[in-house]
Write a protein that binds this ligand. Structure first.
Ligand SMILES: [Mg+2]
Length: 308
């Protein structure tokens, strides 16, 4: 079973949603209406030996657990407000260091830690549940229309290269390593995209090649690999390690950039109103997800599978 199959089976166990649930499980966040305010809610877990190894400090792990949840809030167009954090480790000191990273990230992203739970565990594990506030309609994964352009914030591939550098114990790649250990949720861009009425949005956690399929339910797309925003240091390290930079940028995962589908003029306005760079990488079409390079289609691009 892959992750989507597990989620599909879990969703068959759920009772009907009460009326306050405007968007149930299946998007970056669920959307709730409480009183006259709309909230988004999500959670994400990091487990040692699966999501990270000894090269990450417990503080990094705690920080990242908050950052990746804030990224899911960004992908709905919301503002992260509160977290609940549960975690465990073989030694209490390790759990404490992890929570210090959680608090550091909370301060950075303007989030208040409401509480949580801690326990002894065989390996360092941390789960963050987040609540964010919406000032606009949420941007769902499902709103892409044929003719929309596809844009991505920031850069791709840096985190995947940072991970390779960490695994190899390389020095001198601090920028790439920091992109892996301390990702930057694109909160400003997410809110601006929602304000402007973007059609669909998702944050890139599993890799563009995998995540783009979530905004192509019922539609298709053409993505031009030659347009992917890859910085020079990412490209140089990829090539020196024998990797194709574009393939790595499309499949590496953990970029925590936003993939935004909207008419091109809207994306132009968005690009002018946010600090983070925005790059057009393709088009929404009627059917089929196609990756191209030099005008030829490229097969076999997939992202991260959580159960392998
Ligand atoms: Mg997400």
């Amino acid at each position: 079973m892959n992750e989507l199959e597990v989620i599909r089976r879990i969703s068959t166990l759920l009772p009907p949603a009460p009326p306050e649930v405007l968007v149930p499980l299946g998007d970056d966040c669920a959307v709730l209406e409480i009183g006259d305010r709309r909230w988004v809610a999500a959670s994400d877990m990091l487990v040692s030996g699966h999501h990270f190894e000894d090269w990450a400090t417990p503080e990094d792990v705690g920080y990242k657990a908050v950052a990746v949840n804030a990224s899911d809030v960004a992908a709905m167009g919301g503002t992260p407000r509160f977290v609940l954090t549960s975690g465990g480790a073989p030694a209490p000191e390790t759990a404490l260091r992890c929570f210090a990273g959680v608090v550091e990230a909370c301060e950075r992203f303007g989030v208040y830690p409401l509480g949580g739970d801690t326990t002894r565990a065989d390996v360092l594990t941390v789960d963050v549940a987040i609540l964010g506030e919406l000032a606009t309609q949420p941007v769902l994964r499902s709103g892409a229309s044929p003719g929309d352009s596809l844009a991505v914030t920031g850069e791709l591939g840096a985190s995947a290269l940072g991970l390779l550098a960490l695994e190899r114990g390389m020095t001198g790649q601090e920028r790439l390593i920091s992109r892996c250990l301390r990702p930057e949720p694109r909160l400003e861009a997410g809110r601006a995209a929602a304000r402007l009425g973007a059609g669909a949005m998702i944050d890139l956690s599993d890799g563009l090649a995998s995540d783009v399929r979530h905004v192509c339910d019922g539609v298709g797309c053409i993505v031009d690999l030659d347009l992917l925003p890859i910085k020079d240091d990412t490209r140089e390290l990829a090539e020196s390690l024998g990797h194709d930079p574009e393939f790595l940028a499309a499949t590496g995962g953990e970029d925590y950039e936003l993939l935004i589908c909207a008419p091109e003029p809207l994306l132009g306005t968005l690009a002018n109103s946010v600090e983070v760079p925005l790059t057009l990488i393709g088009q929404i079409t009627d059917s089929d997800v196609i990756f191209e390079r030099g005008g030829e289609s490229v097969d076999g691009l997939t992202g991260w599978n959580h159960f392998t």
